[in-house]
Design a protein around this ligand. Sequence first.
Ligand SMILES: Cc1cc2nc3c(=O)[nH]c(=O)nc-3n(C[C@H](O)[C@H](O)[C@H](O)COP(=O)(O)O)c2cc1C
Length: 213
Amino acid sequence: MFSEHQPVAAFERRVTLAITGASGVQYGLRLLQCLLELNTQVLLMVSKAAQVVIATETDLRLPGSPDAMEAFLSEHFNARDGQLKVYGREQWMAPVASGSGAPSAMVVCPCSTGTLSAIASGASNNLIERAADVALKERRQLLLVPREAPYSEIHLEHMLKLTRMGVVVVPASPGFYQRPQSVEDMVDFIVARLLSQLGFEQSLLPRWGEAML
Ligand SMILES: Cc1cc2nc3c(=O)[nH]c(=O)nc-3n(C[C@H](O)[C@H](O)[C@H](O)COP(=O)(O)O)c2cc1C
């Protein structure tokens, strides 16, 4: 039944990635690039607000429709045939909408406080929220990268609640001990953490205790 949604054997892993409308879309785009370079099939969702933030924070002009976005990003990141799948906000037949079709790991990067709230309450009002709800109900790996400053008690409560359910919250707060030389270095700090959480050997950042400068 799900044959068209099965991972193509050529790809070693499958990961769901949602980019939502918090500042720091560079984290999500860089993670997408790294996952594709790591021979991973990526099932991608980009919220409407994220499209606004991408246009604000980067030079990318993403097309609105999922098919056009898939073609655009596949070319932009040099993805292989079938490696990147983009799904729209009400594409309920997408593999990520069901435990039987969804990958074993999902990352929301960056994660807006709105999507954080929807995930914490199980709202499932769009495909991103539904995919996260599936990850929770199936007890699969779910990583959230929230960005807001300061956090309200509501944000902190949502993060605590989700952490207690096994979600890993990786705040978009890069360290400085590696003396970043560029914004890209700071972005890579967080992306390296995410790749490690997902179980990939990453070479973006030396491990603590290895030569850092
Ligand atoms: C340029 C820009 C930056 C934003 N930055 C943040 C942010 O850092 N954190 C956040 O939670 N929301 C931020 N927002 C607001 C969210 O985009 C908004 O709450 C939206 O409804 C989130 O929708 P989504 O979760 O479906 O992406 C920003 C919006 C814009 C346009």
